[in-house]
Design a protein around this ligand. Structure first.
Ligand SMILES: NC(=O)c1ccc[n+]([C@@H]2O[C@H](COP(=O)([O-])OP(=O)(O)OC[C@H]3O[C@@H](n4cnc5c(N)ncnc54)[C@H](O)[C@@H]3O)[C@@H](O)[C@H]2O)c1
Length: 269
């Protein structure tokens, strides 16, 4: 049962590794023996093999990172993300989805048989079904530049750019699962409930903490970043080797309670 998770000696790429859930996942991956290549706009303190300063809303910056990443990788962890507010609707969509998809699509040819991708979506994106037409329209745009141009002219997104970024991520994950299964590559995402990270510190300066607590599980607490990092590491591990196309709520039963009518469905899940 040694190396049961299968990361020993494996090359992995992770974004958002400077802080929060991504930092927790990066530390765990290093402990598990992976060769970790970390992309972040901030400084990465985890003892990774290589840290590359990357701005996920900037195509040239992602291209520069791609040029420094290994030719073959086992797994990709998409963790970088920002809240809206305080980030603008445009930047939120660019960082949380457009840059993420650009990086993922570019790395796909480098992910071999048995490899995997895991991203961080959100409970806030779980109402994707009601918005599927717009999400699909956005996903159909060809490439980074077309998505960027569309967003520059989409003022209606200001209302819920964060939710839309995570709806796009969940639908992208589910849409890619079949195609990737033909290549023996898995793709999943997690939807965390509110978690005590720098992201949450930024958000609670804009939105009252009591409003956010409405989305906490019935255990009454915010999750710790490690609890999300561990779920991500599990999903990309050998232990989840037949799991793909899943948006896994990591919310201690919050979305189950919503589905069972035991909690108000504030997110339209
Ligand atoms: N904290 C929560 O309650 C919560 C809930 C659901 C989903 N999420 C999602 O979890 C993910 C991780 O966030 P977190 O809560 O750990 O917050 P965090 O702020 O601690 O970590 C976010 C990371 O993304 C990096 N980042 C931000 N902008 C970037 C850019 N332009 N280019 C590259 N890297 C950039 C940051 O430097 C940081 O390392 C995000 O995608 C977020 O949307 C968070």
């Amino acid at each position: 049962m040694k190396n049961v998770l299968g990361y020993e000696g494996r090359k992995v790429v992770i974004t958002g590794a400077a802080s929060g859930m991504g930092a927790a996942a990066a530390r765990l991956l290093v402990e598990l023996g992976a060769e970790v290549h970390a992309l972040d706009i901030g400084e990465v303190n985890a003892p990774v093999a290589k840290a590359i300063r990357t701005d996920m809303k900037n195509k040239a910056s992602i291209d520069a990172a791609l040029a420094q990443l290994p030719g073959e990788i086992y797994a990709l962890f998409n963790c970088a993300g920002v809240p809206h507010p305080p980030f603008s609707a445009f930047d939120t969509m660019m960082i949380n989805f457009v840059g993420l998809k650009y990086l993922t699509d570019a790395l796909l040819p480098r992910i071999g048989k048995g490899g995997a991708i895991a991203s961080i979506a959100s409970t806030a994106g779980m109402g994707w079904k009601a918005n599927l037409e717009l999400v699909r329209k956005f996903l159909a745009l060809e490439g980074f530049d077309a998505a960027e141009a569309w967003l520059k002219d989409a003022p209606e997104l200001n209302a819920d750019a964060y939710g839309f970024s995570k709806q796009c991520l969940i639908v992208y994950t589910m849409t890619m699962a079949g195609e990737l299964a033909r290549r023996d590559v898995r793709i999943n995402c997690i939807s965390p409930s509110p978690t005590a990270t720098a992201f949450m510190d930024q958000l609670t300066q804009q939105v009252p903490a009591d409003a956010i607590k409405l989305f906490c599980p019935s255990n009454g607490r915010f999750a710790e970043p490690a609890e999300m990092g561990e779920a991500l590491v599990l999903l990309n591990s050998r232990l989840a080797g037949f799991v793909s196309g899943l948006n896994m709520p990591v919310d201690y039963g919050y979305s189950a309670e919503v589905a069972m009518g035991q909690r108000d469905n504030l997110m339209g899940i």
